[in-house]
Design a protein around this ligand. Sequence first.
Ligand SMILES: NC(=O)c1ccc[n+]([C@@H]2O[C@H](COP(=O)([O-])OP(=O)(O)OC[C@H]3O[C@@H](n4cnc5c(N)ncnc54)[C@H](O)[C@@H]3O)[C@@H](O)[C@H]2O)c1
Length: 261
Amino acid sequence: MVIPGEPSSFAGQRVVVTGAAGGIGAAIAAGFVARGASVVINDLDHDRLQRTAEEIGAVAFAGDAAGAEGVAALVAAADAELGGIDCWVANAGVGGPVGLQLDEPGWDLTWQVNTMAHVRAAQLLVPRWSQTGGGRFVVTASAAGLLTLLGGAAYSVTKHAAVAFAEWLQLTYAHRGISVHAICPQGVDTALFRSSEGREVMEAEGVLQPVQVADALFAAIESGQFFVLPHPQVADYYVTRATHPDKWLAGMNKLQQRSEA
Ligand SMILES: NC(=O)c1ccc[n+]([C@@H]2O[C@H](COP(=O)([O-])OP(=O)(O)OC[C@H]3O[C@@H](n4cnc5c(N)ncnc54)[C@H](O)[C@@H]3O)[C@@H](O)[C@H]2O)c1
């Protein structure tokens, strides 16, 4: 239950966070545990997931959270462990600055993890939430889903799709008690970020810690905001992109040229 103006309590809430062996997912899961929720965390990385679960007081369920079978298995495991699911955080993500050279399997994997994972989880959860009074669906998208990631074609496309799907869910089901949030950060100090090439542009924008992204999510939940923008300048860039698209594209191309120099 979230009461406007009061710190949120999630006591009794049953939460699942995917891709939560570390980074943003682990910080979000820890935030829910600290606020009284019962949390199942998931990741492909079994050992790291187990360690994180012990550290933060969550239950680990390792496996794929993107394909239809993996999502169904995770929903079933969380139902069995928690007795139901009130909040799903679709956080697992892949990809980075790869352009036209990314092959078909690479595009497919990025699409499955960054977009279809969310669709599959919503297909299982939203119909039952609509019947039982509501639920919360959180998508860790990216600023790349509102703007674009220099060098990252598949990442930008699939994160735009993730934002679009989250928007569609919110506008279709808000009146049935379903709350949706799209988290859209720029650089965050995680394994995924540290392994990315061309981080300089994002480093210049300010790199946040995962806990700051989690705090921004809880603030957005308290104020009932759909977009979670831990880097506030993303809102300004989003406005510029919409109102002066050619100026915005020319500016981004300059940054691209600088990154090639
Ligand atoms: N770090 C950043 O700068 C940044 C910025 C914007 C958005 N994001 C998004 O934040 C989310 C979390 O990433 P992170 O930065 O914390 O990096 P991370 O590498 O710490 O976390 C991503 C996790 O997802 C897991 N994963 C990948 N495919 C999976 C699958 N099919 N099933 C289950 N788990 C899977 C990985 O094993 C990994 O532990 C991602 O969606 C990422 O795109 C990150």
